[in-house]
Design a protein around this ligand. Structure first.
Ligand SMILES: [Zn+2]
Length: 309
């Protein structure tokens, strides 16, 4: 940084004075933290932000509370960086252009810059008074996190004669809610759509091999549901298997639906088992790790989906 302190450190014999206060020599510590002008800026920002700023060093200034949500946090960081840049600008104006900028004018420039940054940000703020005040102080129209919602997610038993197959790793049950079998497979490292769709295709081929001709496929991947309904394209690596699957479905009664992951817990646990064990497994009776969730579904006890908490 081209200031007197550094020029002197390189051996230049020179007199030095801070052009902002005409009180002390020009050093980075003085200009940004000790100078009357800088102190007035940090005090002004403290009043605007309604919080204490430790203006003894840049690293202390940048210690920002983790309890703030992303938008106020971004505004705080922008304030500090903008204040540093504005102090530097004012110092240069005083020294090289003989133009004095008052700290009130400097604060107005910082506020205008922060309002511009904040209003273009896509981040969100919490619905709290502190964050509302902070954003309003800089004229920022914040986007606030939506109100929390709780959705009841219920696993439904299929009607008589229909076999319901939940896929993710895949679990199978009939209209009494009995377990007819379940499997977990390991597909090596793949992307999520590939794994979800391959699991669903395997479900159909196993159901066909076992002679279940009426099946209800339920899956927590909306993309897989769309692919089976024909509204989304099949990933090319699975197009051959999907064609064979469609051929099997021609001889079956088939319906497909989406369920939130909270209603697909058994299939999800089987998928996790497949990933961890890295082997293919089939169970004719209930694996112990599914007991609680299976009977919860069978007894029609709800699960809950929380959003924006
Ligand atoms: Zn000074």
């Amino acid at each position: 940084m081209p200031i007197d302190e550094h020029l002197k450190a390189r051996g230049l014999a020179m007199g030095s004075i801070c052009f902002l206060c005409i009180d002390d020599e020009e050093s980075s510590q003085h200009i940004f933290f000790m100078c009357r002008f800088a102190k007035a800026i940090w005090r002004g920002l403290q009043a605007q932000l309604e919080c204490n700023l430790d203006s003894s060093s840049i690293s202390n200034l940048l210690i920002i509370s983790d309890s703030l949500s992303p938008l106020p946090k971004e505004v705080m960081i922008a304030c500090i960086l903008n204040a540093i840049s504005t102090i530097w600008f004012c110092k240069n104006q005083a020294r090289f252009n003989d133009t004095d900028i008052t700290h009130t004018q400097a604060m107005a420039k910082i506020r205008a810059d922060i309002a511009f940054i904040g209003n273009f940000s896509k981040l969100y703020a919490k619905n709290s008074r502190t964050e509302f005040n902070l954003l309003r102080a800089f004229g920022i129209k914040g986007k606030y996190i939506k109100a929390p919602t709780i959705t009841e997610v219920l696993w439904k038993t299929p009607s008589f004669g229909l076999v319901k197959v939940n896929s993710d790793g895949a679990a199978h049950g009939n209209s009494n809610g009995d377990l007819m079998g379940c499997f977990a497979s390991y597909f090596s490292i793949q992307n999520s759509i590939y794994v979800e769709l391959l699991a669903a295709i395997m479900v159909v081929s196993i159901a066909h091999a076992k002679g279940w001709r009426s099946i209800w496929l339920e899956c927590d991947s909306k993309v897989v549901v769309d692919i089976f309904q024909g509204s989304k394209l099949v990933p090319w690596r699975l197009s051959n298997l999907m064609n064979k699957c469609r051929h099997l479905l021609n001889s079956m009664q088939f319906m497909v639906s989406h369920i939130f992951i909270q209603g697909n817990v058994c299939a999800n646990k089987l998928a996790t088992f497949g990933v961890n064990s890295k082997i293919d497994s089939w169970w004719n009776s209930m694996p112990t790790f599914l007991y609680d969730d299976f009977y919860r579904n069978r007894n029609l006890l709800p699960n809950y989906r929380f959003r924006n908490l």
